[in-house]
Design a protein around this ligand. Sequence first.
Ligand SMILES: *Cc1c(COP(=O)(O)O)cnc(C)c1O
Length: 235
Amino acid sequence: MGNYWMEAPLSERYQRVRDGLAEACRAAGRSPADVTLLAVSKRHPDEAVRALAALGQVDFGENQVQAFEARRAALSDLPLRWHLIGPLQTNKARHVAAAPPHLLHTVDRPALVEALARRWERPAPLDVLIQVDIDREAQKSGCAPEALDALADLVSATPALRLRGLMCIPRPATVASPRAAFARTRAALEAIRDRVDLTAGAPVLSMGMSDDYPDAIAEGSTLVRVGTAIFGARD
Ligand SMILES: *Cc1c(COP(=O)(O)O)cnc(C)c1O
C-alpha cells in the first residue's frame, strides 16, 4: 500500500508532484510561480513524454546528449523546452552548439567553457548553469566549491554563454543532509550573484529531485528536476 501511487496512472503521479510542489512552496512562504518543474524523462518512452505534454508539462530534461538529440527529433512537433542536465564531455560541445538546449545545467570546468565558446555560432548566447560539487565528491561531476569563483568569472567573460545560476546534486539523504547541501548551494549563488546575467530573468537554482524537492524548495530552489515521482521507476 505504501507505494501504491507509483503504480498509479501518469496523470495521478503528475498531479501528486504538482500538489507536493505547491505545498512545499506554501510551507516556505514562496509562490509556486517561482519554482519551475522540470520533468526528467530519461529512459522513459516518447509516449510518456507526449502524455505528460498533453497534461500541460513544458520543461523536460535528459541527461545524455544522444538521448537529448533523439528526443528532440522524435518530438519536434511539440512546443517543449528541453534541458540538458547530465555531465558533458568536451568533444560533445559541437552537438550542443548544433542543437542547443533551453538551458545547459552542467558547465563545470574551463575546458568545457572553451569548447562551447569555440563551437557556438549563434548571435544569442547559450543559457547555462554551473554545476557545483557541493558535497565534494571528487569522483563526480561538478566544479569544486573553491573553484567556483574563477569559473563564474570565466563564464561571465565568455560572450557565447550567459550565466543564469547554479545546479547541484547532493549526496543521498542516507549518507548526508541534502538540506544542508542545498543551503550551501544557495550561499554559493549569493557569492557569485554579481556575475549572474539577469537579462533573461531571476537567478536560477536548479536543485531538488524526487526524494528531496521539498527541502530544496525550502532552501530557495527555483527549478526542481523530478523523474521517478512523475514517470515511475526507470529500467
Ligand atoms: C535522473 C536525474 C534526476 C531525476 O532523478 P529522480 O530521482 O528520478 O527524480 C535529476 N537530476 C539529474 C541530473 C538526473 O540525472
